[in-house]
Design a protein around this ligand. Structure first.
Ligand SMILES: O=C(O)[C@H]1O[C@H](OP(=O)(O)OP(=O)(O)OC[C@H]2O[C@@H](n3ccc(=O)[nH]c3=O)[C@H](O)[C@@H]2O)[C@H](O)[C@@H](O)[C@@H]1O
Length: 353
């Protein structure tokens, strides 16, 4: 700043030193004569200019008469169809969105699709680029199929701890599919529209195998993906779990129930980890305006589930196939809500449409 001042004062002094006799006398530019009317009309009729203007007006007005809704289509319309809150027996979704007026809304039962203008023929939905962490896992790979099926570009991030390449092998060679071996505990930079954060072992056998790694995945992994969402302005979805209710004292659990969780138990790495992940998600929403959803997924089963998954459905199926007796832990009075994987994915309330 100082230098700039110096520079300008030097210039000023130099200007003063130039003798006035050397400066050319100021002569204003002569004014352009306005085109005369007959000349303009002549110009218009030359080379069929008038004809081209009329044809242009005709094409423009025909287009807007045929597509009256086109002018009403805007980003607000496209984004306003986001559900706010929904819960079923088998999956609870806590969704928090920010509308364009800047106010946050939650916990109302608005219909899913508010008025969206008619999309003109030939103009489809914009293709989304989506990252799915844990996309080579059981639920993740089905989600990837769904997203690819609706025409989006999907980048899968997986460290293959419980995920398997075979789950997504059928997508190799698809130009809209990419697979990255990466652990979400480490940051990653990508440019995407949406982030589905599923990465974390979900079966008790797997998450208890390395509890420190499990909680690190839930805390640092979620922090990294939320940081990414904030930086690039992407929507973020966290797959949480019914385990956030711990050993619930309420049946069935409503999403407003805060749970009954043991913070120092064997399962804490997972249930407290997911609770922290939910906290981080909501703090990024409130503090940084990230558009987020949280889906508390209950016991899900279906194809691509590992036979050694350790959860009750796969255990019973494996034992039945091997003609072994089925092992029932405890007094057998415990209850769970089960759902088939496609039912989970067909539930449009927890995904970004
Ligand atoms: O249901 C859920 O919401 C949760 O299911 C699992 O947790 P958990 O319920 O412990 O799943 P399982 O291992 O399938 O156990 C279900 C019940 O069956 C019992 N069980 C399990 C396995 C078995 O061979 N026999 C058996 O009686 C367990 O003791 C438990 O009471 C997952 O860890 C969570 O990610 C998921 O959200």
């Amino acid at each position: 700043m100082k230098q700039l001042h110096k520079q300008s004062s030097v210039n000023h002094r130099r200007d003063e030193e130039i003798p006035s006799t050397q400066t050319p006398p100021y002569s204003p530019k002569s004014l352009k004569h306005p085109r005369s009317l007959p000349r303009s009309i002549k110009y218009l009729f030359k080379e069929q200019r008038l004809l081209f203007i009329l044809v242009g007006i005709l094409i423009g007005s025909t287009f807007f008469i045929l597509q009256p809704n086109l002018s009403r289509l805007g980003p607000t319309d496209a984004r306003s169809s986001i559900p706010i809150s929904f819960s079923t027996d088998a999956a609870a979704v806590v969704s928090h969105t920010q509308d364009f007026s800047g106010s946050y809304s939650s916990h109302s039962n608005r219909p899913i699709h508010s008025k969206v203008g008619r999309v003109p023929v030939g103009i489809g939905r914009r293709r989304m680029r989506i990252v799915v962490t844990g996309g080579a896992g059981f639920v993740g790979s089905h989600l990837v199929d769904k997203l690819i099926g609706r025409g989006d570009e999907v980048i899968v991030i997986d460290n293959f701890f419980t995920g398997r390449k075979e789950n997504v092998a059928h997508l190799f060679g698809n130009p809209r599919f990419e697979l990255i071996r990466h652990d979400v505990v480490e940051p990653i930079l990508l440019e995407v529209d949406q982030i589905y954060h599923l990465a974390c072992p979900a079966s008790p056998v797997h998450y208890k195998y390395n509890p420190v790694k499990t909680i690190k995945t839930n805390v640092m992994g979620t922090l990294n993906m939320l940081g990414l969402a904030k930086r690039i302005g992407a929507r973020f979805l966290l797959t949480s779990t019914s385990e956030v209710y711990g050993d619930p004292l309420q049946h069935p659990q409503k999403e407003t129930y805060w749970g009954n969780v043991n913070p120092i138990g064997e399962r804490s790495c997972y249930d407290e980890g997911k609770r922290t992940a939910e906290t981080l998600t909501m703090d990024y929403h409130r503090g940084a305006g990230v558009e987020v959803r949280i889906a508390r997924i209950f016991n899900t089963y279906g194809p691509r589930m590992c036979l050694d998954d350790g959860r009750v459905v796969s255990n019973f199926v494996a034992q039945a196939i091997r003609q072994q007796p089925m092992t029932v832990y405890g007094d057998g009075k415990q209850t769970r809500s089960f759902q088939y994987v496609s039912d989970l994915l067909n539930c449009k309330y927890w995904r970004y449409e």
